[in-house]
Design a protein around this ligand. Sequence first.
Ligand code: AMP
Ligand code: MG
Length: 492
Amino acid sequence: MTVHFPFQNTYAALPDGFFARVAPTPVASPRLVKLNRPLAVRLGLDPDRLESSEGVEILAGKRIPDGAQPIATAYAGHQFGHFVPQLGDGRAILLGEVVDIDGIRRDIQLKGSGPTPFSRRGDGRAALGPVLREYIVSEAMAALGIPTTRSLAATITGEQVIRETPLPGAVLTRVASSHIRVGTFQYFAARGDTEGVRRLADHAIARHYPQAAQAERPYHALLEGVVTRQAELVARWLLVGFIHGVMNTDNTSISGETIDYGPCAFLDHYDPAAVFSSIDEQGRYAYANQPKIALWNLTRLAECLLSLFSDDKDKAIEQAQLILGEFPAKFTAAYQSGLRQKIGLFTQRDGDEALVQDLLDAMAKNHADFTLTFRHLSDAAADTNRDSDVRRHFTDPAAYDEWATRWRQRIGEEPQTPAARAATMRTVNPAFIPRNHRIEAVIQAAIGCNDFAPFEELLTVLSKPYEDQPGFSKYAEPPEPDQRVLQTFCGT
Ligand code: AMP
Ligand code: MG
């Protein structure tokens, strides 16, 4: 039973300087932890064959499938504001691309599959904990409807990786609409390789922004497209309380997908200044800073494209500034429209922004749980008796009562029935998010007791975040004080 991947290798067909050809390092005794069967089907792959011993060997990097042209891609990046001219895939290997059932080209990449020429001081490996974490959070994001890379599989290698302590080694099979990053452009621009920038831009346009090819100025249209998608992406993050944690330019995807889940986290109580990442000492990537940082990263991308914009540098800068200048309006439009939906407004009126901001301010002041406040507000929209469910999230419940009077007056001006409003609100206000304490518990059970049942159960709950799932209601709850996770780690 041979596993067939209908690979195409358009990135590997780019010039040599774009990547290093390198095969995964064979591992001792691979074992499948999880195959994402529905995703395999979408990719045109046979899930049964992927679960065979040959399939598992491929997913763990022990065997190279026919048609693969394994490469590690080159990229640079600003890490916490400091430019590093060469990063690259130090522990990831792209096997190739497949075109999925929707006709979209998807990279299939192994993460943690051994050293590459870009590994620097790293071992090229991944530990089980961060692999499970990325699997859970990326699939949760997909179920929430947020653009993201996906997880096709998690395998255990049968080898240990040495971090602070020895840990089980693992490989994540990641699926992305591409792995081109802002840092990929920076890699060529920093070397003064305008031809490289042009080749990469043409590839990115063909792959992600085909309409830009028809535009009068395709490279300007490319930047416009990335600005739009990043503005919308970061708005979506804020609307579900997501903190990426390490928004370096090498972790910013040109396709507009969320990529590189390291020390990411979801808010429990609402706090705009929240930071979980142990390596983000200055709070550069705090929850509410994310739009500003996205624009900073896009500005780095624009700098790379200047040489394609115009031979006249001043003119090129002026053109780039015009495009970047659209970011705040694009972000605000997406964010405000999302917030209006979260409080159940169907129309837009003066005063709406202040109304929703006053709720957020009260939530911050009263340590209200971000997810459950909005979820329970959906119930309260249909039934005033359910106000008690919202009130309980506020340290001073009167803060909610005061706001709710104004809110009821505003929604009362719209013709929709309370039931229709509540139903619509439930489609944008999830009940279930991957809470940090739940992820930690899953990882502890897997590493400490070799028990993957909690991992499976959490994935099941998170696959339907907008449904009530009464049997799993404990997963909706915030952590008890002794369960709170204060810090997350990048796990490299
Ligand atoms: P990240 O913080 O995961 O986005 O990674 C930043 C850079 O470090 C990228 O170039 C990674 O490929 C590289 N890197 C991270 N972990 C490892 C590792 N264990 N071995 C080699 N390179 C790594
Ligand atoms: Mg990265």
